[in-house]
Each structure stands twice: as C-alpha cells, then as structure tokens.
Design a binder for this molecule. Structure first.
Ligand code: UDP
Length: 325
C-alpha cells in the first residue's frame, strides 16, 4: 500500500486510474481544478476512506506542494489537453504543462517519492512519417507559428525534464505516451473524436468528419490503458524509460464514423468539413498515428487489445445513460 498523488485525478483517464489505485488498497490524493475533468467522474469512489480530493490548479505552487506532501508515488496526469483547447489557448497549454511538472519533479527528487509516472502523449512524435512509431524515434514538429505543436513540444520538454531528474537524482521516473485513449467519461468538448461521433449519432446526426476522413488513429480502451500504467509503475525496471501506451489497431476516421453509424442508425449522414472550419486557420493534422507497443508489452506484460467494436459498444452504452436515452 502506498500514498499516491494523482494530479488530474478527476479527469477522464485520471478518474479511472484513481479507482484502480483505490481497488488495490492504495491511499490516493487527487488534485484537480475541474477544467477538463468533472467532479462527477469520481462519484463511484467519492466517499472511499482512502481518497482525499483537493480542488485547485497544479499552477498554484503552494497547493501543489501541499497535495504532494507525503506522497510516495506520483501520477502526474494534469495537463492542458485536447487539440481544440490547445489550438485555442497555446499560452495556457505551455504554462500548465511545463512549470508545474518541473515543480513536482523537484519536490519528488527531494522527498520521499519512490515512483513518478509522467503522462505524456503521442503528440510528441508530431507528424512522424513512419508506419508504427517507436519510443526512440525522432520528433517531427511543425512550425512554431502553428499552435497545435505547442502541446507536443510542451510535453516533450516535460519528458526531457523527467528523464533529467532520473539521470541526475535517480528519481524513479516512468513516462507513458498515451495514444488516443477512449472510453466512458470522455467528453467531446475539446475535440476527442469518439465521444463526438457517438453523441452526434445518438442525437440523430450528422456525424462531422474533418477533411476527407483518411486520417488514421488507434483507439485504446481506458480500462486497459490504466492497467498498463499501473503495471509499468509496479515494475521497477520501467524507471528511466518512455513507453507508448495505446492500441495498435489502425482505423481511418471515415471507417470510425461508419462504424459508429452502423451501430446507432445506418441512415445517419456523414458531413465532411475542412480543417479550417473545425479548428481555425493554420491548423495541421497528423495523418497517421500508430504506436509500436513492443516495449510496453515487455515491461507491463500486457497491451491494450480490446476491439474497436467492443470499445464503441461501451462508449455508446455510457453515452446513452448520460443522455438518459
Ligand atoms: N476528427 C473528426 N471529427 C471530429 C473530431 C475529430 O474528423 O468531430 C478527426 C481529427 O481531425 C483527427 C481525428 O479525428 O484526425 C482524431 O481527433 P482527436 O481530436 O480525437 O485526437 P487527435 O488524434 O487529433 O489527438
């Protein structure tokens, strides 16, 4: 049993991780400002005797220090996330993603912290042209005049920082690069395609595909992703390394739209709109994003493998309940 801090613990992935940690008898402090997370995400565990919920921002350095006090394991998930949010407010992205990570790492290196999990993102690969991305591949960001890349760059700086703390102070840092994680509690407000498609379809459509829908992604179920995070942190050999965490089953966005429609109502229309209508001018998308998960499998003993079919059933069931349909 360990004392854990989960920043972003009321978020989509964070709340699932918090439940997982509590189920393993760990003590959990959640720090979340409910910017993209939701209070209701923790409803199932709110009264758990091992859970403390602190409401506030990781950019409040006093609060961050207090929340981290006594922690033995830190899961740092709080960040400005979502392509749409990032495109709209790159300054907030940079400030939220870099300075608090540095503070938390410094605290961890000086204190009692045994393990530090840094949530990173497949965005750090940028527009990598390869088929299946490997953790030691180079990074391919677009120009600084395009705000999207601020997100990947900010998380890449976090990774550099975390690895430097590992190297210099021996801090047990494990970095997980999340690839398109989906499942119950994910909301579509900040771009995420699966909840957007499901919600639009349940409301009668149309489903809106950006550009021509030939972009390729892999969708991993949050329950499997959280299991992988936990297993990595439990394995001391993962310290000092970066891991892709996601599914490697590739699907185009148009195929995804079709799969959602087939499940909900085959008569629903697909509407195509250009990127500039969706995200404003100067937006660049990533055409293909597929992880190589061999390292994850080696160190976690598992990798996300749930089929898209089952994932969509789960998301649809959750969304229906949420919309009271
Ligand atoms: N997308 C779409 N319609 C939407 C939202 C997203 O066609 O309503 C596309 C988006 O352009 C991208 C893919 O779906 O190519 C995945 O988008 P998301 O924001 O979920 O994640 P990303 O992989 O871009 O981080």
């Amino acid at each position: 049993m360990a004392k854990c801090l989960v920043t972003g613990g009321a978020g989509f992935i964070g709340s699932h991780l918090t439940e997982r940690l509590l189920s393993q008898n760990h003590e959990v402090v959640v720090l979340d400002n409910l910017s993209t997370g939701r209070d209701s995400n923790l409803d199932a565990v709110r009264d758990h005797p091992n859970l403390t919920i602190r409401s506030g921002s990781i950019t409040d350095s006093v609060l961050l220090g207090e929340a981290a006090h006594g922690a033995e394991v830190i899961y740092h998930l709080a960040a400005a996330v979502g392509v749409k949010l990032v495109a709209e407010d790159p300054l907030r992205t940079i400030e939220t993603n870099i300075y608090p990570t540095d503070q938390l790492l410094r605290f961890a290196a000086q204190g009692n912290v045994r393990k530090f999990f840094l949530a990173s993102t497949s965005e750090v690969y940028g527009k990598h042209p390869g088929d299946a991305w490997v953790e030691d591949d180079g990074l391919y960001f677009g120009p600084t005049s395009r705000p999207r890349w601020a997100y990947g760059c900010s998380k890449a700086i976090d990774e550099f920082l975390a690895l430097a703390y590992h190297q210099k102070y021996g801090l047990g840092v494990t970095i997980g690069r999340f690839f398109n994680v989906v499942g119950p509690r994910q909301v579509g407000n900040y771009g995420m395609v699966v909840p957007r498609f499901v919600e639009s379809a349940l409301k009668g459509g149309p489903v809106t595909v950006y550009d021509d829908g030939s972009q390729v992604r892999c969708f991993g179920h949050v329950s499997e992703v959280v299991d992988c995070v936990y297993s990595l942190v439990e394995n001391d050999a993962s310290a000092g390394s970066v891991f892709n965490i996601g599914s490697n089953q590739a699907v185009s966005i148009l195929e995804l739209a079709q799969a959602v429609i087939d499940k909900i109502d085959p008569d629903i229309e697909i509407r195509f709109i250009p990127y500039n209508e969706a995200y404003g001018a100067d937006f660049e998308d990533v055409q293909r994003r597929v992880p190589n998960t061999d390292r994850l499998y080696e160190f976690a003993g598992q990798r996300p493998a749930m089929t898209l079919d089952r994932i969509l059933d789960d998301v649809i069931a959750w969304k229906k309940a949420e919309l009271s349909l």
